[in-house]
Design a protein around this ligand. Structure first.
Ligand code: XUL
Length: 494
């Protein structure tokens, strides 16, 4: 039977998903990898990890499923957004990739706002200059690494380096392209105005494509590395959030996709560009042709739990740790956790924000701390959901959860209680990689369009109803009071 393959080049591993026309999935991941923080506020990764991870994941998925490389009809890509990959004219990587959760570029964001004008920047790109986006990273390289700058011949986003290694093409989908801050949001392509104003050579920029469009095909060299067939078409795919939204069927207004990966995201599709004039929410192109989306992004969601486990419960499996949290009551008996471990984006675009446990007493133990981490992340996501309502995104009545953290029933219940809305899972157990496979299936002609693929392939999973939990309203109000009170201290610490 024919299959399509989706890849997700994430911050923690590369995943491959094989999907058939009946919606059956086989997934395999590379061994996990981490990112480096060589200096405060920095976050970098060696792009070689992504290519090695791609080969292992594709070979793993083919072996585990028994599917032959020849039976894979198309490949789709998804991946961590906003990262800067700088290449020389031989397509060799010039420096480690600067990732989405890197926060070094506060000064460059100011320069971008001054150069273009903040209101104009938001009107054209849909977004304010935020430290995690790609354009300020380029400005940082120009100022701090002139030798690297002088040798740049191409820039790519992380998953598009994998595309280059698979097909030899410099290309990007429009969802990920919009996350560079160099896009004209309404025109769905590079903004000559912004690119020129920032002194960026437009020849460096990859060609842009809609999510299901074919950008190239697997080269003979990549075929021998991965086991795929040379000539297999590769579609554009999407940034991981847009691809994950396709995976859960969040392709039109009225459905909210909530992703609990390293980052935490609430996302909804729009028929037109919907711009927050204050630039607090992100407004990007969707991986669905002629659709857009708004989203709020917290930088450490499941990443907070991973940090907590590694630092305070090393060696404890996540399910064991989360089960332990059931030993603490809703509201964690007064312990509050601020999840700003990598600074924050939504609702506080503050590179200097820091994490905190507040309200500790001698009677508290690890279950309270663990539960407060799960609750703190839910409060952070509620901040974004409230902002969405503020800018006029309404009319949704359920949340579709995706990402590694959503596999926890307790976390889903906490989310339902804090957000006061039902939270459901879908057949999309494999997140962005599954969405990328659905974009490949659309590109291969299995479906008329992406919504048609979603109608056919996305089915409902478990639905968690919110339970009345006044304690969470009270805790949320307390949580909201903490950042304004602590921000000056965070800045002086940073
Ligand atoms: C989205 C974002 C993160 C990364 C994580 O704006 O920065 O979700 O894409 O992979």
């Amino acid at each position: 039977m024919s299959h399509v393959l989706g890849l997700d080049v994430s911050t923690t591993a590369t995943k491959a998903v094989l999907l058939d026309a009946e919606g059956t999935v086989h997934a395999a991941s590379s061994p996990g990898y981490t990112f480096e923080t060589p200096q405060p506020l920095w976050s970098e990764q060696d792009p070689q990890l992504w290519w090695d991870g791609t080969i292992t994941a594709i070979r793993g998925a083919l072996a585990a499923s028994g599917v032959e490389g020849d039976d894979v009809e198309a490949v789709g890509l998804a991946g961590q957004m906003h990262g800067l990959v700088a290449l020389d004219r031989h397509d060799d990587v010039l420096r480690p990739a600067i990732l989405w959760n890197d926060q070094r570029t506060e000064a460059e964001c100011d320069v971008i706002r001054e150069t273009i004008g903040r209101d104009r920047l938001i009107a054209v790109t849909g977004n304010d200059a935020l430290a995690g986006f790609t354009a300020p990273k380029l400005m940082w390289v120009r100022r701090h690494e002139p030798d690297v700058w002088s040798r740049i011949a191409h820039i790519l986003l992380p998953k598009d380096l994998v595309r280059l290694r698979l097909t030899g093409d410099h290309a990007v989908d429009r969802a990920d392209g919009a996350g560079t801050l160099l896009f004209d949001l309404a025109a769905r392509d590079w903004s000559a105005e912004v690119v020129d104003a920032l002194g960026i050579d437009s020849a460096w920029l990859p060609t842009t494509y809609e999510g299901p469009a074919i950008t190239g095909s697997i080269s003979a060299e990549a075929a021998s590395a991965t086991g795929l067939r040379a000539g297999t078409p590769v579609v554009a795919g999407g940034g991981d959030q847009a691809a994950a939204a396709v995976g859960v069927g969040a392709v039109g207004p009225g459905v909210v996709s909530l992703s609990l990966g390293t980052s935490g995201v609430v996302f909804t599709a729009t028929d037109e560009p919907l711009i927050d004039p204050e630039g607090r929410l992100h407004s990007f192109c969707h991986a669905v042709p002629d659709r857009w989306h708004v989203m709020g992004v917290m930088l450490s969601a499941a990443g907070s739990l991973q940090w907590f486990r590694d630092a305070l419960a090393p060696g404890v499996a996540f399910p064991t740790l989360v089960d332990e949290a059931l030993g603490a009551p809703p509201g964690s008996d007064g312990v509050l956790f601020l999840p700003y471990l990598s600074g924050e984006r939504t609702p506080y675009p503050d590179p200097h924000a820091r994490g905190a446990f507040v309200g500790l007493a001698a009677r508290h133990g690890r279950p309270h701390l663990t539960r407060s981490v799960l609750e703190g992340v839910a409060f952070g996501l509620k901040d974004s959901l409230e902002l969405m309502r503020t800018v006029g995104v309404t009319g949704f009545d359920e949340i579709r959860a995706t990402g590694g953290g959503s596999k926890s029933a307790l976390w889903r219940q906490i989310l339902a209680d804090v957000l006061e809305m039902p939270v459901m899972t879908t057949s999309s157990s494999e997140g962005a990689a599954q969405g990328a496979a659905m974009l490949a299936a659309t590109g291969a002609g299995w479906f008329a369009d992406v919504p048609d693929a979603c109608r056919t392939l996305v089915t409902s999973g478990e639905r968690v109803e919110p339970s009345p939990a006044d304690v969470y309203r009270e805790r949320y109000a307390q949580y909201r009071s903490l950042y304004p009170a602590l921000a000056p201290t965070f800045r002086s610490i940073s």
